[in-house]
Ligand binder design. Structure first.
Ligand code: PGA
Length: 252
C-alpha cells in the first residue's frame, strides 16, 4: 500500500487574509512515519508566505501549473524553477481547468511534467473524462490516451503523482461511484506498471472531484486510491483536516 497523499487545490482562491487557514493546516500536519502526506497547492501569489508558514511542519506546498520552458519570453507565466526556488515541492499539471481554459494538450502537459521533474518538483498530472465520454462508454480509452500523451518522455516514476478527476465530478457535488473509481484507478495502475515496470506500483494515484469529509471514508479505502486532490473542501481548514484524519485512520 502506498503512503497516502492528501492534496488541496486552492485554484484562484486565497488572499493574505486566508493565511491563517494554511497555519491551521500546518499545525495539524503530523510527520509521523506512515502518516499520510499533506499538501496545499496555493496560488503563486501566496507561495512564498505559505512556504514560510509550512517550514518546519509536515505540510508541503505546491504550485498549480508551470510553463513547459524553464525561462524565457512568456509574459504572465511561471516556471518550475521559480516554484521550486520559493520552496514548492509539487506542482499540479494538466488540471482540466487548464486543459479546457488554456488549451493545454497532452503534449504540453507532458512537457510541463518533464520540466517540473527536472526542476526537482513532483508533478501531479491530472486526467479525466467528460460526461459525454463516459456516457458513450469511452472512459478507459480517453484515460489511456491522456496517460500515453501526458507521460510522453517522462523517465522517472519515482517523482510522479497521477490524479484521476472525472470532469463531471469537479466542483459539481457529484462524485463518481466507488465501482467507477475502482475501475479507473485499477486501469491507471496497470498502465503505469506497463509503462514503468515495478516502479509503476509506487506512483500515487489520487481521486479528485467533489471529495469532502462526508464521502472520504467511502472513497479513500478503495484499492489503488492513494489519496485525494481536493478543491472546494480544501479551502476550509476543518474540512480539509477531516479528510486528512480519515486518511490517517486508514494508515494505522
Ligand atoms: P473539487 O475540485 O474538489 O472542488 O471538485 C477538485 C479539483 O478540481 O482539483
Amino acid at each position: 500500500m502506498n503512503r497516502k497523499l492528501i492534496a488541496g487545490n486552492w485554484k484562484m482562491n486565497g488572499l493574505r487574509a486566508d493565511l491563517p487557514t494554511i497555519r491551521e493546516v500546518a499545525v495539524a500536519a503530523t510527520g509521523q512515519p506512515g502518516a499520510p502526506e499533506l499538501l496545499l497547492c496555493v496560488p503563486a501569489t501566496l507561495l512564498s508566505e505559505a512556504c514560510s508558514i509550512a517550514s518546519g511542519s509536515a505540510l508541503a506546498v505546491g504550485g498549480q501549473t508551470c510553463h513547459v520552458s524553464e525561462k524565457g519570453a512568456f509574459t504572465g507565466d511561471i516556471s518550475a524553477p521559480m516554484l521550486r526556488e520559493l520552496g514548492a515541492t509539487h506542482v499540479i499539471v494538466g488540471h482540466s481547468e487548464r486543459r479546457t481554459g488554456h488549451g493545454e494538450s497532452d503534449e504540453i502537459v507532458a512537457g510541463q511534467a518533464r520540466t517540473a521533474q527536472k526542476a526537482g518538483l513532483i508533478p501531479i498530472i491530472c486526467i479525466g473524462e467528460t460526461l459525454e465520454e463516459r456516457s458513450a462508454g469511452r472512459t478507459l480509452n480517453i484515460i489511456k490516451g491522456q496517460l500515453s500523451g501526458s507521460l510522453a518522455g517522462l523517465e522517472s516514476a519515482a517523482n510522479l503523482v497521477i490524479a484521476y478527476e472525472p470532469l463531471w465530478a469537479i466542483g459539481t457535488g457529484k462524485v463518481a461511484t466507488p465501482a467507477q473509481i475502482e475501475e479507473v484507478h485499477g486501469f491507471i495502475r496497470s498502465f503505469l506498471k506497463g509503462r514503468f515496470g515495478d516502479a509503476g506500483k509506487g506512483v500515487r494515484i489520487l481521486y479528485g472531484g467533489s471529495l469532502n469529509p462526508g464521502n472520504a471514508p467511502e472513497i479513500l479505502p478503495i484499492p489503488n486510491v492513494d489519496g485525494g486532490l481536493i478543491g472546494g473542501a480544501s479551502l476550509k481548514a476543518a474540512d480539509f483536516l477531516a479528510i486528512y484524519a480519515t486518511a490517517r485512520a486508514l494508515s494505522v
